[in-house]
Design a protein. Structure first.
Length: 170
C-alpha cells in the first residue's frame, strides 16, 4: 500500500506548509514578532514538512517509509518539547519570567552560534508574552496540538503493517 504512505506524506508536507504560511502571515501581516522559541518551532515544522515532501517524492519501500516516519517523529517530539517549554514560560508569574534578551537578528550578528542556539531553545522573556489567542489557546498551544498530531501520524506510519514483498502472495 505505497499509495497510502505517499498520500499521508503529501498531506503532512502540505499541512506543515500551511502552518508555516500562517506563521509568516502572523509575522508580516499581523505584525506579531516571533520569539526565539517560535522560530525554533518553525524550524521543526519545516524539517518535518521537508522530510515528508522528500518521502512523498521518493516513495520508498516499507523500511524507508519507517525511517522517514521515525525522523518526522523526532522532529515532532522536539517541536512539542519546545512548544511545551514556551507554554511553561507563559504560565510563570511576571516576577519569575526570565529577562528579555537582545533580538534574534542582533544575536546572530554578534554572538557565537552556540549561544544563539541555547537562547533559542531555552527561550527569553519575550517567549513568555502571549501575543495572540484563538479559543483561549495561545500560539504555542496551537503549535503543541500540531506537533502532537504530527507525532501521531508519524507513529501510525511507523507501526502500520505493510506487505514487505507483494510478489510473494499466493
Amino acid at each position: 500500500m505505497k499509495v497510502a504512505d505517499r498520500a499521508v506524506n503529501g498531506v503532512i508536507a502540505l499541512g506543515c506548509g500551511v502552518i508555516l504560511a500562517i506563521a509568516f502571515y502572523m509575522e508580516y501581516q499581523m505584525g506579531l514578532e516571533p520569539c526565539p522559541l517560535c522560530l525554533m518551532q518553525r524550524v521543526m515544522f519545516a524539517a518535518a514538512g521537508l522530510l515528508c515532501l522528500l518521502a512523498f517524492l521518493h516513495n520508498p519501500a516499507a523500511t524507508g517509509q519507517r525511517l522517514y516516519a521515525a525522523l518526522v517523529l523526532l522532529f515532532a517530539l522536539g517541536g512539542a518539547a519546545l512548544a511545551s517549554r514556551q507554554l511553561w514560560l507563559q504560565s510563570l508569574p511576571a516576577e519569575e519570567v526570565p529577562a528579555c534578551g537582545p533580538g534574534i537578528y542582533f544575536m546572530l550578528e554578534r554572538f557565537p552560534f552556540t549561544e544563539v542556539l541555547q537562547s533559542m531553545i531555552m527561550g527569553t522573556g519575550d517567549c513568555a508574552e502571549v501575543q495572540w489567542t484563538l479559543f483561549s489557546i495561545s500560539i504555542p498551544g496551537w503549535a503543541l496540538i500540531g506537533f502532537i498530531g504530527l507525532a501521531l501520524l508519524a507513529l501510525a506510519q511507523m507501526l502500520r503493517k505493510r506487505d514487505l514483498n507483494p510478489w510473494l502472495k499466493t
